[in-house]
Ligand binder design. Structure first.
Ligand SMILES: Cc1ncc(COP(=O)(O)O)c(C=O)c1O
Length: 204
């Protein structure tokens, strides 16, 4: 018992242990080049990415709203967004066939986001979130910084921070040139970032 610190017997800070959040804030500010210095208050730590997706789906949206997501995508997101937030996916279909405007299979473009958004709006679906998984799971593509900027600009056209928001993944696996500016909520998890699923740890 002598080696246990007294605060381990108390409930921890529900936003995450402060010293850990301080380190994450420093990391995101320096390594990921946040446009403004991040502080521990800006960071929330949770039990894995799925827990963050479930929480964000309830706080960013209303039941029945849609979220844009390039497909194919990791299937676990749908169940969390639906079960907790009552949200429906609005797929941005990516194809293995390369057309004249594309340079590689399953290429994502801002035009494809726009087309999917318009299709959803015609069906009366209010789209409020753009979910970008980077590197893409299951494709493994790392989106170039220019494309991420275009995607974020797309998201910002709609009443920034109210109507459509972006969630992006994984800055750690990008090279310096690939790193996008941190302009939207960012979700990072140990299962994707460092292939350490047992830690069940993610932060937003
Ligand atoms: C895109 C994506 N979201 C969520 C998860 C699940 O993350 P966690 O185990 O942290 O809940 C994974 C796991 O590979 C993933 O690839």
């Amino acid at each position: 018992m002598d080696c246990l610190e007294p605060d381990l017997f108390q409930y921890p800070d529900t936003q995450g242990v402060r010293s850990f959040r301080e380190e994450i804030a420093k990391f995101l500010t320096d390594y990921a080049r946040a446009t403004k210095e991040l502080r521990p208050e800006h960071i929330t730590v949770m039990n894995g990415c799925c827990a963050v997706f479930a929480t964000l789906s309830t706080v960013l949206c209303d039941p029945g709203d849609g979220y844009l997501i390039p497909a194919p995508h990791y299937g676990g997101i749908n169940s969390k967004m639906w079960l907790y937030g009552g949200l429906q996916p609005v797929h941005v279909p990516l194809s293995s066939e390369v057309t004249n405007e594309e340079s590689h299979p399953f290429q994502l473009t801002a035009e494809k986001l726009e087309a999917a958004l318009q299709r959803a709006e015609k069906q009366g679906i209010r789209v409020r979130v753009l979910v970008l998984i980077n590197p893409n799971n299951p494709l493994g593509d790392i989106y170039p910084a220019q494309l991420l900027k275009e995607c974020l600009e797309f998201a910002h056209r709609f009443e920034p921070w109210r109507y459509l928001r972006g969630v992006q993944f994984s800055i750690m696996q990008c090279s310096d040139e690939e790193k996008p500016p941190l302009l939207s909520p960012v979700l990072c998890g140990c299962s994707e970032e460092v292939a350490c699923r047992g830690l069940s740890l993610a932060f937003v």
